[in-house]
Structures are given as structure tokens and as C-alpha cells.
Ligand binder design. Structure first.
Ligand SMILES: [Zn+2]
Length: 555
């Protein structure tokens, strides 16, 4: 059904938007429809699919459904003769009966309890990981960012030591628009970065100080997320290149620790906001051990490809995670996390896009990859595995677009871009939106760092320019207040709950309008000979340049 053009042109009346077909993205493909999206979501989010937990019977059904769809469309398997890429997972459960102990030169100790005052874990696949009497150093934000002329580890050797790190970045802390990217969180502000950098520096343990505003979530979230089984990818080296002990401590714990060392926490934290910051030895050692229960499992990414008609060895990638939280038998009544919006809807959009491109008479110049990744909910693991083991070279992957949740409230004037201002893909989407009489809005909450919290990010981190558009709230008839209320309602009543179920009253006309824009972006990039780049303020630009150079040298 061609709801697309009719609807969008109707919305765009008076804006001169819907001129017929000069194929610069202003005309839509056939076949992207609300009915089709609803039909896919109804299947994927049905109770029969058991919440699509990785390595569960729900996974079997989900990946079989996706592969069958791709096959029926005539798309080629992305991994040799298979649509599947195996993703080895491990889940590690730390014994909660552990304490984090700091000792001074005189042997005086203070200790912090697991869950209430700190959480610690290891991603190393070992039964026991520990640090003993490891010297403690406060390294401020723990950031090495040459493009911002910032290095908290300068002249410091932290081999074998325990580093204490502030969350977020100095731009957020000071609100200074000239420091990093001001209030908008850079990747250097994410906890994942803190642990990666501490590992590169050779630290034995890294503890991030939780503060609610800069973290963008409360201690409850930290405690709930990092206690119980922790999934990670299982690299061949058993993740031994990761840091031995990772963890968070509450702000209160940090204050107590600093007070014991005679250092005022606020003064130390303020010093960390400046380039002149000097790391501070706290005159204490840290000791902590985690005992683990380890369980190995495996899951699958599903990957299909439409070879390009002219430059088949260059790629545009569409991605959406297929997994959700599975089922919880301990819940009385409905314990199935159907994940209809999150992310059966994005998965349905991916299938619609695949169908639209597969039906073209002539394929785009460049190849199109359609990838459903697994274990997003466990920490972007399927996409991280793909980024580490790409089926198509990342330096030949021109750009990509990720979908996590569609608009279910009806047509909106705008589409938002999470991580707006990072790459030239913004301009591609802008052009497509204007052609369809819509506008794009920046991420309304860039300080939350949402760009670093869905699958595209794992590819961005490797340098591939990735755009992550999200639903608008400015409802065409009912306005912003309505859209905001619907969004808040979803957060409060359905997000990551068994109530995220498919509902036939969803108005998917806005989703269709958004998916048409996603189509336009992919088509424009795939038909172009341009290589969209990161803007100079992006932490990923240097990574991309290095990756393209390395590939060139290797040729
Ligand atoms: Zn999601």
C-alpha cells in the first residue's frame, strides 16, 4: 500500500515538497506501510517469541523469522552462505559478599559494602579477580583527548594501581561551551570510556564516582545494572586485556574516602575541571576481590546484503537490535518482556527498508547491509562483536543508520537526531526531511549521552559515521504537549517492562513517515560517491581518518 506519498504530501501541502520524482530522495519507495510494520511487530512481540532473549527459544524463533524474510526478499546472506553471525557470550555473576577496603600507611582501614556503597565486577572470564594493596590515585576525569588538548594521565604511571575517576567530562561540569562540547556529553564522559582508557594505561582497578547529574541516572540504576549476572562478549583471550576490577562507588563513599585522606572532595573535583589538573596520590591502597560464577552461551546477529550495482565493495548499513529482555518466570502473571516498541518496531522498520531496497529495479550504486544485532540490552554486545569482527570492512562502510524504537503516536512535524552535530549525515537527513516537508531537531537532552547507548555507537567508535534518528513529539494535530505526554507515559508505564506490548491502536503513520526518511538517507549515501565524515568536534573523526589511512597503507 502506498500510504507513504499520499500521507506525506498531504502533510506537506503548501510547502512545495512533493514534486514528482527527480529521485533525489523526494519520492518514496513502494511498500513501506503501517500495515506491514504492524504485521511484523505483531509476530516479533507475540508471547510465542518469549521476549526475544538472547540464547533462548525466543531467539530461535526470532532469527529464523528474520532470515526467512531476508531470503524471501531475495537478499544475499551476509556471512558466506549464512544469514547468521555467531556471537559468543559469557555471563559472569559476582558473589555479592565482597568489600572494598582502603588502607593507609598506618594500617587504618575503611571499607565499603557491595551494592549499597559500591559495585565491582570483572569482565575477565576468570573465577576470581582481585587487587591487593594497590596504590590509589585520583585521575580526575581519566581522559586522554588530544583533540581537546587534554590528558589526565600525563606523566603518570598507573600500572598495577587503582584509579578513581569522575563521571562525564569537564565540559559538562563547567558548562563552558569551549571545553569539550559544553553540556553535551562526549564519549570521554561515558563510563565505558573510563574503563577502556584505564585499561590502556595499565591500571589494575578503576572506580568511577557516581554522581546523579553528570551520570544522568541515580545510584539505583547503577546498583540494578551491575549486580546479578553481567553479560559480556567472550573474546578469545578471555577478556584478559580488560581491567582486572571495574566498579562504581557512590558519591558518599568517595567523600568519605577523600575525607580520610585529608583532601576535600569538592576541591579535588573542581581541580579536575582544569587542564592544569595534576593527578593526586591518595596515600591509600585498595584491596577487593570478586568471585564469579561463569556461564557460557552464544547468540546470533542476522545479516543480509543487497550488492551495489556499481560499487559493491562500499557499504551503507542499516541496523536495529532484535533482542529484548526475554521472560522472567519469577514474575506472577505476565512475565514476558515482549519489547514491542523496543525493538520489535525498529526490527520491523529494518525489514521494511530491506524490502523497499530489494524491490528496486536497479540497486543503489553501493551495497546495502541490513543487520539485526543481538544482546543490545546486555550492553550493545552484538554490535560490539560485529565491530570487532566485521563481515564487511569497516573502512569500506561509508556510513550507517540505527533504529531503536519507532514513532507510535502518529505524524509529527519533526524527527530528532540523537547525537546531532557529530557528522555530515545530519545534513543528509536534513535535506531529506525538508524535501518531505519535515524538520529535524537536535537531541533535546545531549547531556544524557544517549548517542553512546545504542548499537550504532559500536561502529561509530571504530570510526564509521553513524546517525541515530528518533521519533519526534510535535504531533501534527495534537501538538508538543500531547507528544511529550505520550512519550513520558511510555517511559513510566512500558519502557523495559512486560507491558511493552503491541497494541492495534498504535498510529504508525508517523513511523512510516520516519522510515521514509531513513530510506532517503540510505539511498542518498548509497548512490553518492561522497564519504560523509565526522565533524571536527567529534571524538570519532581522528579514528576514522586513522582507519582509512591504515587501510590505504595496507593496499
Ligand atoms: Zn532498544
Amino acid at each position: 500500500m502506498k500510504i507513504s506519498n499520499v500521507l506525506v504530501c498531504a502533510l506537506a501541502l503548501g510547502l512545495g515538497a512533493c514534486g514528482a520524482g527527480d529521485n533525489d530522495g523526494a519520492t518514496g519507495p513502494d511498500g513501506i506501510s503501517a500495515e506491514d510494520i504492524a504485521a511484523h511487530v505483531a509476530v516479533l512481540a507475540s508471547d510465542e517469541f518469549e521476549g526475544r532473549g538472547p540464547s533462548s527459544p525466543g531467539e530461535e524463533k526470532t532469527v529464523a523469522y528474520l532470515a526467512a524474510q531476508y531470503k524471501a526478499m531475495g537478499l544475499q546472506p551476509g556471512n558466506g552462505d549464512s544469514y547468521f553471525q555467531d556471537v559468543p557470550l559469557v555471563d559472569i555473576t559476582a558473589d555479592p559478599d565482597t568489600k572494598l577496603v582502603f588502607t593507609d600507611a598506618g594500617g587504618n582501614q575503611i571499607s565499603f559494602d557491595y551494592a549499597s556503597e559500591m559495585v565491582v565486577w570483572t569482565t575477565r572470564v576468570v573465577e576470581r579477580s582481585a587487587v591487593e594493596n594497590s596504590e590509589v590515585v585520583f585521575v580526575g576525569y581519566g581522559i586522554v583527548a588530544p583533540e581537546y588538548d587534554w590528558n589526565d594521565y600525563e606523566g603518570l604511571d598507573v600500572a598495577g594501581k587503582t584509579v578513581i575517576i569522575l563521571v562525564n567530562d569537564p565540559g559538562f561540569a563547567t558548562g563552558d561551551e569551549d571545553l569539550f562540547t559544553g553540556r553535551a556529553m562526549t564519549y570521554y564522559g561515558r563510563w565505558t570510556y573510563k574503563f577502556e582508557e584505564a585499561a590502556r594505561q595499565g591500571a589494575a582497578a578503576a572506580l568511577v564516582v557516581h554522581q546523579t547529574a553528570p551520570a544522568a541516572y541515580g545510584w539505583d540504576t547503577v546498583r540494578n545494572s551491575w549486580t546479578g549476572p553481567q553479560f559480556s562478549l567472550e573474546a578469545e583471550n578471555g577478556n584478559m586485556d580488560r581491567i582486572a576490577i571495574e566498579g562504581w562507588i557512590t558519591e558518599q563513599s568517595a567523600r568519605i574516602l577523600f575525607e580520610h585522606t585529608g583532601v576535600d572532595f569538592d576541591t579535588a573535583a573542581a581541580a579536575a575541571m582544569s587542564r592544569d589538573f595534576e593527578p593526586r596520590h591518595l596515600g591509600r591502597t585498595a584491596s577487593v576481590a570478586v568471585d564469579n560464577v561463569i556461564r557460557h552461551s552464544s547468540s546470533r546477529n542476522v545479516v543480509a546484503v543487497l550488492p551495489g550495482s556499481e560499487v559493491p565493495d562500499e557499504y551503507f548499513i542499516y541496523m536495529a537490535h532484535w533482542d529484548h529482555l526475554g521472560l522472567d518466570p519469577s514474575i506472577e502473571g505476565d512475565g514476558i518482556y515482549n519489547g514491542a516498541l523496543d525493538n520489535a518496531s525498529g526490527t520491523a522498520a529494518l525489514l521494511e527498508l530491506a524490502q523497499a531496497f530489494a524491490s528496486l529495479e536497479k540497486s543503489p550504486r553501493r551495497s546495502m547491509i541490513f543487520m539485526s544485532v543481538t544482546a543490545e540490552e546486555q550492553g550493545l554486545l552484538g554490535s560490539a562483536h560485529y565491530a570487532a569482527n566485521p563481515l564487511f570492512p569497516l573502512h569500506k562502510t561509508v556510513a550507517g543508520l540505527n533504529m531503536d524504537g519507532l514513532n507510535i503516536i502518529g505524524p509529527t512535524a519533526e524527527i530528532t537526531v540523537t547525537g546531532y552535530g557529530m557528522s555530515e549525515l545530519d545534513a543528509v537527513l536534513q535535506k531529506a526531511a525538508e524535501a518531505r516537508g519535515r524538520r529535524i531537531d537536535p537531541d533535546p537532552k545531549p547531556e544524557y549521552g544517549s548517542y553512546y547507548r545504542s548499537d550504532h555507537f559500536e561502529l561509530a567508535k571504530m570510526g564509521v559515521p553513524m546517525i541515530y534518528p528518533n521519533s519526534g513529539i510535535d504531533h501534527l494535530e495534537k501538538g508538543v504537549a500531547y507528544g511529550q505526554a505520550m512519550s513520558d507515559k511510555y517511559r513510566a508505564e512500558r519502557y523495559h517492562m512486560p507491558t511493552d506490548e503491541f497494541d492495534e491502536t498504535w498510529d504508525l503513520s508517523g513511523a512510516v513517515a520516519d522510515v521514509l526518511l531513513y530510506y532517503d538517507v540510505g539511498l542518498a549515501v548509497a548512490n553518492s560517491d561522497q564519504w560523509p565524515n565526522w565533524y571536527v568536534t567529534s571524538a570519532f573523526r581522528n579514528i576514522r581518518i586513522a582507519s582509512l589511512r591504515a587501510a590505504k597503507r595496507g593496499q
